[in-house]
Design a protein around this ligand. Sequence first.
Ligand code: GLU
Length: 314
Amino acid sequence: MQKPEQTRREQLRLALTQGYEIGRRATALGRVADYIPELAKADPGAFGISILDLSGEALSLGDAEVRFSMQSISKVILLALALQRRGETETFSHVMMEPSGDAFNSILKLDTRSNLPFNPMINAGAIETTSLLVGDVTFADLLAYTRRLCLDPDISLDTAMYNSEFQTGHRNRAIGYLLKSKGVMEADPEQTVDLYFRMCSLSVTAKSLAGLGLVLANGGKDPFTGESLIQSDHVRIIKSILFTCGMYDYSGQYGVRVGVPSKSGVGGGIVCAAKGPLGIGLYGPALDAFGNSCGAIHAMTHISRALRLHVFDY
Ligand code: GLU
């Protein structure tokens, strides 16, 4: 008779293999982002998935070790650190926790409906959470923390990506100055946006994102040392915000169809913190109209169903 853990491992492997095939085919439906010129260099056919559980042995297929820029996935780390350094009450006096229904880089409602950014997963919100860290933590601190959260000591700054974003990130600068003009931002907007650009330009792999997903799924503890990296009540906040706001304007549909707290970035990455606990990292730079990786969305739709990972599955 097979041991239960063997059967689970086989289920994971089967779901991964099927999800990978479905996702790889779906890459043909998307387009690589080019509004940051350096992003346009990615191979649209690249695709990889990595799944990590408490056994510590990742199951990976395809381009799971290809490095790419983290982009918006860094917003998760910026929020975690803002909560740690400034606490829940102060953090949410600078940014709300409501889905915005607007594009990730929209400036519209910020000026017409509210002074506070809608949530920490859109650019305005992440720029505001970054401002809470300026003067308190350095980029080196953030890099070290990212390496620990992703269980990946090799993460580094992609300088070409950073330069590309620095040269073209005028809308993000505008958001910084708008927040400053409203008195919502206390720090210097230039320093804030620079730190934000650096965080977006950290180069990770699907495997690193599986590590981050597992830490979040495991209540914020490093699954292998037991060290607490994010306190558990902050993980609860972060995963709730990922569920409602993590997937751009597809967050509602993703919540229904996949139902796993996840965050995507325009570099083509998605991090998922699933029941088990399981961390799932995906990479596929061909994006759909919402800015999510086409391959990763198709793959996760299958994997969540096959493994019953939806938070409301019973
Ligand atoms: N660095 C990108 C920007 O601010 C991140 C966008 C994203 O991944 O959603 O435009």
